[in-house]
Design a protein around this ligand. Structure first.
Ligand code: SF4
Length: 98
């Protein structure tokens, strides 16, 4: 049992579970958009660390652990940089409350 007075965000997030839908990522980057400055911003703002920047500056997304917060979806709305959908039923984040 975690002491609520000293618990860190990372400790709380660690209690969630994620069900991977193999071969069907629910967030994808459009191939021609990988070097976009907007995508580079997502590396810093995604709370789950799903975005990574490679040495050549391109950005990749691995949505395992995605919390479906929608931040990346909002930041790229209307740009065509991302394909974003909720995971299929039974997959994705399973939050632990309490
Ligand atoms: S929805 Fe939120 S947690 Fe999921 S990839 Fe986008 S920013 Fe990260």
């Amino acid at each position: 049992m975690l002491d609520s007075a000293s618990v860190k965000v990372e400790d709380k997030l660690y209690q969630n579970r994620y069900h991977v839908d193999e071969g069907r990522p629910h967030v994808r980057i459009s191939p021609e958009a990988a070097g976009s400055a907007t995508l580079q911003t997502l590396v810093k703002v995604c709370p789950a660390g799903c975005y990574e920047q490679a040495d050549d500056g391109t950005v990749e997304v691995v949505p395992d652990g995605c919390m479906e917060c929608g931040t990346c979806r909002i930041l790229t709305d209307g740009t065509g940089l991302l394909e974003w959908s909720y995971p299929r039923g039974g997959y994705g984040i399973q939050f632990k409350f309490g």
